[in-house]
Design a protein around this ligand. Sequence first.
Ligand SMILES: [Zn+2]
Length: 551
Amino acid sequence: MRAKRWIATLWATMAGCASIADAAPPPPQPKLLVAIAVDQFSADLLQYYRTHFTGGLKRLSGGIAFTGYQSHAATETCPGHSTILTGRHPAATGIVANTWFDAKSGSSVYCVAVRGTADPDARGPQNLRVPTLGEWLKHAQPQARVVAISGKDRAAIMMAGHHADAVYWWNDGVGFTTSSFAGPATPAVTGPAQAFDKALFAHWKASPPRLWPTAVSPACQALQAPHIFGKLPISGKVPPDLSLTVESGDFLHRTDFQDQLRVSPIFDPLTIAFVNGTIDRLHLGHGPQTDLLAVSLSTTDYIAHRYGNGGAEICVQMAALDEAIGALLTKLDSLGVPYVVALTADHGGSDAAERASEKGVDAHRVDPTAFVKRLNDAIAKQLGLNYETIVGDDPQQLTINGGPDVALHDRVRDAAVAWLKQQPEIAEVYTADQTAAAAVPPGKPADQLSVLERFHESYDKDRSGDIQVAFRPNSTLYMARGPGDTVAGHGSPWDYDRRVPILFWWPGVTPEDRKEPIETVDIAPTLAAIAHIPAPEVDGKCLESVAGACR
Ligand SMILES: [Zn+2]
């Protein structure tokens, strides 16, 4: 026994690859790869609820479990989803934010908007600069099918890439839909979504849905407490006090119903119902080659934004998410084919500043609009200008509107940086030149990156701002003034927004909690190795502790 182990260790050492000898057996070559993103599912949320899960999240977190990183600073939905199946940081995917300011046109660009078309609903991956796992798969195995489904257009499209067979997302008032710019929009693709929507709406018309449960678990009851977040009173009751009445009128197409539907724990199960129907319809996993199914579940994000992630509302959502993912796994089990699941998140998140403060966190709100106005006033006064020189919506990515006058641009930049460095709200400030130059040394662990290096990982010279700004940790850049407003969120370069679970699971997997801080860009090359297909050179690395041999 001892001799055998010694030989194995010696062999592994000689191969420079000790993890192979230690690692549990890799999964059998799958017929179906399933990549799940849970929007705003921070590593902290998983840790808090892990022992409460009884369904799909219990199974998945009982596989090979890592605490991973979205390594970059711009911890938003579109950049985060763009890393998961490309293996590239946003600096390479080009998806540096949900919306960026295009200096050439002087307007904001939504990450999946399609330029040059009159169709306001046109959505596609045209801004995504690199291929996805689905494209690698189709290149190696032309008969592989690639399908992506989400509650959000940008989530589905970023995971699908450029050549998916079907890409679906939820459109308020319409249901699950697609766009011919995102993938095929033939009757074979759109018809089943329309049929699903029609049946769903007919069912609801006959039997109006209850958005929140009447009974909640003792664990969730214990988190019920009223709060005032910003100027918003949040009842803390489950179900929350909704003014909505669905009993009368054409509620299905009312804006308030659609809005509250997405922010309720029935929306992820609804998404999974559509996913499971799609698996059946396309016989995913029963094709001639390995298929890829990408799913992004949006509700955790919507609920955490509206109610924070520390109350009864998110507790109820965690239970619903657990059950919904369980239903997906049950469907996958029933296929009778080998499959592998990877689950992660597009970014983490933090609780509403007021509730975080009660727990001893030095948290506070910053009014982003007022802050940028103060900055503009200070620059105007110092340089003797009579117009606003800083434009755009994101105070963490400031764009200078200096026109073609390079000298003026530089003077505005220097004045802005000097002012920012004196503000108590600000932790770190960098110019675009500093950010561009801060390349991350190869192999540097994701938990060791400086704030400047984090900005570098989501910096693009044509799409990022002229000045990168890190507000102090636990700053909430939302004011929560009126009903439905955001009370909490994400988007900072701090670890609570970067740390996400990365879970790999397949039937028969040997459970293991791994300590090394991997990255979401490691997921795609690892899944490629598991599927026995070549991966291009990417930012992430194939994980031998999961895939066994990396080729
Ligand atoms: Zn998100």
